[in-house]
Design a protein around this ligand. Structure first.
Ligand code: PML
Length: 269
């Protein structure tokens, strides 16, 4: 099995003038900082596949990067890596779609769902600050469910959930089920797989996701307690903001959690 990951970005011009900075050491430090800060996330994708599918999957990811509604990238990085660890097998969360007419109503529904899991008002409010921020993260934020403290080590990048695959028969059954609900799209499938991987870690209590795609206004709130609940109109069209937030136990082993989300291969059966 192979893990394939794609990340597309675009350089953005910065206002910070480096002219006049004489000391080479300061200049070098600033340049390296700016090179990471100065790229805007366009799109990303993750998957696990057989060797025979690598060309097809990478081609699909490149096409996706080049045609994304967030804009045209000037850098596409594809990482193709052989998986050496034995994958863990997990199940998909059940899917349901709420009726929701506006972002305000979405926030009410989500708050009620999260409070029912013991997540504090402060943590939920801090989650929405991340979700509504104009600064889109590549990965997800980690928020402690009582204190509301953000604990991901890199606040620009966040934590990227990676290395999820799905068994062929499970995918076929999922496609049929989603087709009946008229939501059989790659976006739904990939988001559901990601949410299912995250929910399978004991310290992850819930997740909220708003797509950073300006054309995509359905988001979700997920947990192992109530499954994957899709929320239409979670944001207004044309809005560029969007992110993921995981609410985690106050006592969570943060390094263990990040290692699981980013590196542990899982196969959905
Ligand atoms: C994304 O753009 O990756 C997130 C999509 C979230 C919602 C997917 C769905 O419609 O269920």
């Amino acid at each position: 099995m192979w893990s394939i990951r794609m990340r597309a970005s675009k350089a953005i011009s910065h206002q910070l003038s480096v002219v006049g900075i004489k000391k080479l050491k300061i200049r070098k430090t600033l340049d390296s900082k700016l090179s990471t800060l100065n790229s805007e996330h366009i799109s990303g994708a993750e998957g696990i596949c057989e060797e025979s599918e690598i060309l097809k999957v990478s081609g699909e990811y490149i096409k996706r990067a080049l045609t994304h509604s967030r804009g045209e990238p000037d850098k596409i990085v594809i990482t193709i890596e052989k998986i050496r660890q034995k994958p863990k097998t997990i199940s998909l969360l059940p899917v349901a779609t709420f009726k929701c007419a506006s972002p305000e109503e979405a926030r009410k529904i989500i708050t009620q769902k999260l409070e029912s899991l013991g997540i504090s008002k402060k943590a939920i409010d801090n989650g929405f600050v991340v979700l509504n921020s104009k600064k889109t993260m590549r990965g997800a934020s980690l928020i402690l469910l009582k204190s509301g403290t953000r604990v991901e080590p890199d606040k620009e990048r966040g934590v990227r959930v990676s290395r999820m695959g799905i068994e062929r028969l499970t995918e076929k059954n999922l496609s049929e089920k989603l087709l009946r609900a008229r939501i059989n799209t790659t976006t739904v499938k990939e988001a559901l797989m990601l949410a299912s991987k995250a929910a399978s870690w004991p310290d992850v209590i819930a997740e909220i996701c708003i797509s950073d795609d300006p054309d995509y206004t359905t988001g979700y709130v997920a947990s192992k307690e109530f499954g994957y609940l899709r929320i239409p109109n979670i944001k207004r069209g044309e809005e560029m903001h969007g992110s993921r937030v995981f609410f985690i136990r106050e006592t969570a082993d943060i390094a263990g959690l990040i290692s699981y989300l980013e590196r542990k291969p899982v196969i959905i059966i």
